[in-house]
Design a protein around this ligand. Structure first.
Ligand SMILES: [Zn+2]
Length: 355
């Protein structure tokens, strides 16, 4: 197993697209994350990485050598470097049209392209068509190049917030079952990675029934993919689930129980609202106890901190200030220091997993 069963996973997820930020990111890894006993860093890249195989599908400046450097520093500190390659959904930023691959190949898009100034609720993000397997002629070489640069033995394939799948307006997908399409995509990605002996991680939200569990349509599914949870031949239980929840809820976080009972290793994935994270983690502690007591087949395998603002030197300095207690006032719309403050508040609670 690439991810240890003995040692709890303590991970930091971030987006990275800026070559100029790599030195500072390494400083964050060495001087802030490693001393707190983090043992995994998930780096979300596409299309911020400059692909050698398809340079025309990049929009960022992160290089192959940058990834090698990040991976080497991680390994020096006992941290597993894990690339995240967004698959199926999130093939665009929020506004501004699809990323270059779907822009140049509209046949890969599940929905027709809208004007680039289209906004919510006319569009959320673009997804690729789950019935056009020609996309893997592009996605797999891109994924493989990143795997090689990181020398990765674990890959996160994203797959969160799939809103457009099996649409009636897609000539390939019309009439098909959305859960079957989702599960099929999981299996295609899993088979590709398994052939290389690589372990797969994915976000868990599309496997959850939003109405039944009381989550919103971002944190769980309202479109018809959730029955894929029970397609165990395709959504295999060796996949590590990162189960993100950022909203406060009046009840608890029943998805953790569902994934444990379903036989998965699940990583509760936290945002940057300290009070909400404390509440989420409190319920995780309950589920860890219940899972042991009731012999649930799955387990809570660790904890993941998520950071969604693409890294710049300034963003990293704010995260560090939050971790070091020196943040002070901030006037911007979102303060990345909150990510750092959440980490130092919650991370010591992972001690319950270390026992
Ligand atoms: Zn389609």
């Amino acid at each position: 197993m690439a991810i240890s069963k003995e040692k709890p996973f303590v991970g930091f997820h971030t987006r990275l697209a800026d070559h100029q930020a790599v030195g500072k990111f390494i400083d964050l890894i060495e001087n802030d994350l490693a001393p707190l006993e983090f043992n995994a860093v998930i780096v979300e890249l596409n299309p911020g990485y400059t692909y050698r195989c398809f340079p025309e599908y990049s929009t960022g400046t992160v290089t192959y050598e940058d990834l090698q450097r990040i991976a080497a520093v991680c390994r020096e500190h006992g941290i597993k470097p894990i690339p995240l390659v967004q698959c199926l959904s999130h093939q665009s930023d929020f506004g501004g049209g699809p990323w270059p691959l779907l822009r140049d190949h509209p046949e890969f898009s599940e929905t027709k392209r809208l004007p680039d100034d289209a906004e919510w609720p006319d569009i959320y993000v673009y997804s690729w068509c789950a019935s056009n397997d020609k996309i893997y002629d592009y996605v797999f070489p891109m994924m493989d190049e990143i795997i090689e640069a990181f020398d990765a033995d674990v890959v996160h394939v994203g797959m969160d917030e799939v809103f457009d799948i099996g649409e009636e307006t897609c000539e390939r997908c019309a009439g098909k079952d959305k859960a079957a399409l989702f599960a099929r995509t999981v299996k295609i990605l899993h088979d590709h990675l398994a052939e290389k002996g690589i372990e797969m991680m994915m976000w868990g939200d599309r496997l959850l029934d939003a109405k039944k569990l009381g989550y919103n349509m971002w944190e769980a599914d309202r479109f018809g993919t959730y029955p894929a949870f029970d397609r165990t031949d395709e959504v295999t239980r060796d996949i590590i689930i990162t189960d993100w929840h950022y909203e406060r809820t009046a009840f608890d976080f029943p998805s953790i129980e569902q994934f444990m009972k379903g036989g998965f290793t699940v990583l509760p994935s936290l945002g940057c609202d300290v009070a909400q994270c404390k509440d989420f983690w409190k319920y995780c502690l309950e589920y860890i106890y219940l899972g042991k007591k009731n012999h649930w087949p799955g387990r809570v395998g660790g904890i993941l901190f998520t950071q969604w603002t693409p890294l710049t030197c300034e963003i990293i300095e704010r995260i560090q200030a939050g971790m070091r207690g020196t943040a002070g006032e901030y006037t911007g719309p979102f303060d990345p220091a909150k990510v750092g403050e959440t980490i130092v508040e919650i991370e010591p609670r992972a001690k319950y997993l270390r026992k």
